[in-house]
Design a protein around this ligand. Structure first.
Ligand code: GLV
Length: 314
C-alpha cells in the first residue's frame, strides 16, 4: 500500500523482472517503489532506471530529472533522438561486472592459447596428443577501450603474463599495460595483436570501427574478441576476413542485432564462438547500493555515482 513516504522510481527493462530490483533496492531503502512506464505514478517520478526504454518515453515524462542505465553502456539511451540533452544520465561501473567481463575475456583468450578445442576434439578420439606449450609473454593482446571497465580487463590479462597494449581516447596509466591513443595508436594496436579484444563504448566514433580495412590491418592469424557493442563490427567484413583465413577466429558476445537471428551465418561459422551478451550481466545484488546512491543524488540535483557525458557518448 503506497503512502506519502514512497519514492516512485520508473523501471523499464526487458532484462530482469521488476520484482528482483524491487527486492534488492528495498533491502537498502524501503521507501523505493518501482513503477512501470504506464503507471500513473510515473508522471510525477523524478528518476528512471532502465535498459533500452522505448524512444520518446523519457522525453514524455514531465518531472524526470535523470535516467540510470542498468548497464555499463548508455547507447540504448543516447540513441533516442528525443532524449532531452540536459537530462542527467548515469551508468553502472560495478566491480562485479568489470570482473565478470575480465573473466570472460580471459576465458576467450585462454581457450585459444591452451588449444582447448583441439584437446577436446582429440579426447573424442581417445587420442593422447600433446601440442607445443605457448609462453604468454610471446603473445600480444590489444585491449581496445581501457577506461573504467576495459582498464580492469587489460590489467587482469596483463597479470596472466601476456604483453598488453591498450587503446583509449586519452592516455591511461595501468600496471602492465602500454597505453596508446589516436588513429596511429589504433592501427598499431591492431597490427601488433595476436588477440584483439574490444571493450569500446558505442559512440559516433566507434560505430563500424571494425570494417574490412581494420580487419586487414590486423596481424595474419589474429583472434578477434568483442564484448563492446555489435554495431562496431561490420559483420560481413568479419566473416570475409575469417573465410580468407586472415583471422584465425572470433569470440563474440555482442551483435548488430540481438538476439542474433536464427538464420545469421555467425551462428554456424566454424571459426566463431557466439555468446548471448552475457560477458558482464547486471546483478541487482551487487549494483543496488550504487543505484540507490545515484537515485538520491539525482533527486537532490546532484550527479549520479557514475555520470555520463552525453556529448562524449559514455
Ligand atoms: C552490457 O551490455 C552493458 O552495457 O553493461
Amino acid at each position: 500500500m503506497p503512502d506519502q513516504t514512497d519514492i516512485h522510481i520508473i523501471y523499464h527493462s526487458s532484462d530482469a523482472p521488476m520484482s528482483k530490483w524491487q527486492e534488492w533496492l528495498n533491502r537498502l531503502d524501503p521507501r523505493i517503489r518501482l513503477v512501470g512506464l504506464d503507471d500513473p505514478a510515473a508522471q510525477t517520478a523524478e528518476v528512471m532506471i532502465t535498459w533500452s526504454p522505448p524512444y520518446g518515453a523519457i522525453a514524455a515524462l514531465p518531472h524526470l530529472k535523470g535516467v540510470l542505465s542498468l548497464a555499463q553502456g548508455v547507447d540504448h539511451l543516447l540513441d533516442d533522438p528525443s532524449l532531452p540533452r540536459d537530462i542527467t544520465v548515469g551508468r553502472l561501473i560495478d566491480p562485479f561486472m568489470s570482473q565478470s567481463m575480465a573473466e570472460w575475456v580471459m576465458l576467450a583468450i585462454l581457450k585459444q592459447h591452451r588449444d582447448e578445442a583441439a584437446y577436446a576434439e582429440a579426447a573424442t578420439r581417445k587420442d593422447w596428443v600433446c601440442f607445443e606449450p605457448r609462453i604468454p609473454a610471446d603473445y600480444t593482446v590489444s585491449v581496445m577501450g581501457i577506461g573504467a571497465i576495459g582498464g580492469h580487463v587489460a590489467e587482469k590479462v596483463a597479470n596472466l603474463g601476456f604483453n598488453v597494449l591498450g587503446w583509449s581516447r586519452t592516455e591511461k596509466t595501468i600496471s602492465g599495460v602500454t597505453s596508446l591513443t589516436g588513429t596511429d595508436g589504433f592501427a598499431h594496436c591492431l597490427r601488433q595483436a595476436d588477440y584483439v579484444v574490444s571493450v569500446l563504448p558505442l559512440t559516433d566514433d566507434t560505430r563500424d570501427i571494425y570494417d574490412a580495412a581494420a580487419f586487414q590491418n590486423m596481424k595474419s592469424g589474429a583472434y578477434f574478441i568483442n564484448c563492446g557493442r555489435g554495431l562496431q563490427v561490420v559483420e560481413d567484413d568479419l566473416i570475409a576476413a575469417l573465410d580468407q583465413g586472415h583471422l584465425s577466429g572470433a569470440c563474440l558476445d555482442v551483435f548488430r542485432t540481438e538476439p542474433l537471428p536464427a538464420e545469421h551465418p555467425l551462428w554456424v561459422h566454424d571459426k566463431v564462438t557466439v555468446w548471448p551478451h552475457v560477458s558482464a550481466q547486471t546483478s541487482p545484488i551487487t549494483a543496488a547500493k550504487q543505484v540507490i546512491a545515484s537515485i538520491m543524488a539525482i533527486r537532490d540535483g546532484k550527479p549520479p555515482v557514475n555520470p555520463v557525458d552525453i556529448s562524449r557518448g559514455y
